[in-house]
Design a protein around this ligand. Sequence first.
Ligand code: UD1
Length: 419
Amino acid sequence: MDKLVIEGGKKLKGEIRVSGSKNSTLPILAATLLTDEKCVIRNVPKLRDTLTMIKLLRSLGKSVDYNNNIAVISGPANSSTAEYKLVSTMRGSFCVMGPLLGKFKTAKVSLPGGCVIGIRPVDLHIKGFKALGAKIEVAAGYVIATARQLKGNLIYLGGIFGPSVLATGNVMMAAVLAHGETIIESAACEPEVEELTEFLIKMGAHIEGKGTSRLVIRGVKRLHGAEYDIGPDRIEAGTFVLMAAATGSTLTLKNVKYAQLLVLMDRLEHAGVKFKKGKDSLTIIGPKKLKPVSVTTYPYPGFPTDLQAQFMALMAITQGVSVITDKVFPDRFIHIAELNRMGANIRRDSGVAIVEGVKYLYGAPVMASDLRASAALVLAGLAAKGKTEIHRIYHLERGYENIDEKLKKVGAVIYREKE
Ligand code: UD1
């Protein structure tokens, strides 16, 4: 396995093209299970997670060609069982349950289990499937759903931490082939759910309320093949924005939807970051000195939990005190310990992280613990004095396409070494 080495303190300069959204791609690939016809999905980022989803589709009998960021999926699925070995490596795999249940009226999908960012239950997914008339059994680590006929219903899908992105997608994918009308109240409004909705509509689904918290789905008898271009990854874009701010760099991002980054840019404006918007680009002008800003994560359009770790790394080198709270995954603070190993001064007090910004971080060997925590360590390494070695970078490869190559092209000193 490789480790990532970063020689910090270099300014970034130039342009980075943002890849297609991982979290849009995963449910959209799963949605192709709803038809036997050919689907063509473009701008699919080459990541561990998207490759896992492709493997899962193949294990269910679909034929998938994947080249040059284009996935061509065709043919019928011949199994409705998603095995533990694929689902356990990526929670996103659980979103094959809805389309399998919708198409075959039966699905057996391994329970994904928790991960370092929290317990991550699937009760909302199950609640939605039950409301559509499915019988659910949990046995030997699998969720088994069966139904003679799925029937539309009025479903409240909010949980104690707000709406759920994947539960909304999962239940919507089961409902598109159900009999009658389904209304999902408290649906997640994330752009990734909106993209899935667009794709389902292209496949022939009847859905109103795209991008809102109330989705009205009128079931149809069958769906057909469709083509779709995946939009930019707002979390990857946000990560590069924060890296530019942390290194005081001027960096242009291409393939960006500014409207999806509003809350991040608002917080950064308060911190003193300047930026220029283009049609589908964004130029960040990182200042010499930043001001501390507090953030609390919320479901979209609130501050994304998937940028919390990276924002914390930025505040770690911003002198003054900021408070960071995660209302989506309240225990998502595993990165604090590694940032502190680099000289940060962050402590956890009940549900919040209190960051006392220091002048510099210092390079150190650190361990990536999850996807976004890894990105926070890369950001810290770019801004730090000296050499940072990041171990277990397979986490990073789950969600950032060629991140080291992209950063190298804009002047970072970053390279892989064998462990
Ligand atoms: C998706 C994203 C992930 C992001 C998260 C929140 C994908 C592949 N992953 O994950 O990157 O961090 O949204 O924006 O799209 N919850 C329940 N019961 C459930 C489901 C969720 O209580 O049945 C809770 C979760 O524990 C969490 C909150 O709801 O506290 C939101 O989680 P959710 O939106 O479901 O996250 P995912 O869809 O798994």
